[in-house]
Design a protein around this ligand. Structure first.
Ligand code: GLP
Length: 260
């Protein structure tokens, strides 16, 4: 597993944007899995800048979001639909008919999940999955004990995740949905390339377990050790509990790369 440790959140976001931009340049019709949450905000901002100032062309990419809450209206400010358009899609030239986010309002979430898997297959599979990570090691909304063989499906959120996400629900933290539709671990692991971003001390333990811990369903992100092309892009605080690596090098200012 490759780990890029950056001096701060801004450099972390820029490094991640470079990976996304390189993917688009080498394959303009790349298929992406995209995350939400606080962590990727800097990445989206940098991609918007690259689009506006450097002509990064996203017109042919397809995107699949990792997850969406069940039961929130699409225009609810805390829905992942709202987030993705507000923070990213409204500011770049991604074509709307190539954007897919699970529909958490549909009557039958099982059917929606199946259709989602088929849509990913029809698009040719995911070329690059961009992930965040929960404090308990969840990826997408795959909470501890999720089977590694899981595909897109409706899930119940862990108590810790509901608490962590309450900050996005302002006045009424009790309104955080209890359920979501999430890509499965196998859906994510089938991606050709994966990058995972983490920032801040509250992620340090999960990152330690992701890199050094046993590969166990108790820490969903630990499965990434088994992926042939996975890179973690971290800031110093998130990397704080990592053992030093014997195979380190410094590719440029503000970053160092380690291979585990
Ligand atoms: C949510 C999302 C995850 C995300 C996680 C971390 O649970 N479903 O995809 O990685 O939050 O969010 P943050 O980046 O805000 O810490």
């Amino acid at each position: 597993m490759k780990v890029i440790v950056t001096d701060d959140y801004e450099i972390m976001s820029r490094e991640a944007a470079k990976v996304v931009a390189a993917e688009v340049k080498s394959k303009p019709d790349s298929v992406f899995a995209l995350p939400t949450g606080g962590t990727p905000l800097g990445l989206y901002a940098e991609l918007i800048r690259m689009h506006k100032e450097e002509g990064l062309d996203l017109s042919k990419v397809s995107t699949f979001n990792l997850d969406e809450y069940i039961g929130l209206p699409l225009n609810h400010e805390s829905s992942y639909h709202y987030y993705m358009y507000d923070k990213f899609f409204n500011h770049v030239n991604v074509s709307e008919d190539r954007v897919r986010i699970p529909n958490g309002l549909i009557e039958n979430p099982e059917e929606e999940s199946l259709a989602y898997e088929w849509a990913i297959k029809r698009a040719g599979g995911i070329d690059l999955a961009v992930l965040g990570i929960g404090r308990n090691g969840h990826i997408g909304f795959n909470e501890p004990k999720t089977e590694f063989g899981s595909l897109t499906r409706p899930i119940y959120l862990a108590k810790r995740t509901i608490e962590a996400n309450a900050r996005f629900f302002g006045e009424d933290p009790d309104s955080v949905p209890r359920q979501a539709i999430s890509m499965g671990i196998r859906t994510i692991m089938n991606s050709t390339k994966i990058i995972l971003l983490a920032s801040g001390a509250e992620k340090a333990r999960a990152i330690n377990q992701t890199v050094h811990g046993p590969v166990t369903e108790m820490v969903p992100s630990s499965v990434l050790q088994l992926h042939p092309d996975c890179t973690l892009i971290l800031d110093e605080a998130a990397a704080d509990e990592l053992e030093p690596s014997a195979n380190g090098f410094v590719p440029g200012p503000g970053t160092r790369t380690m291979i585990y």
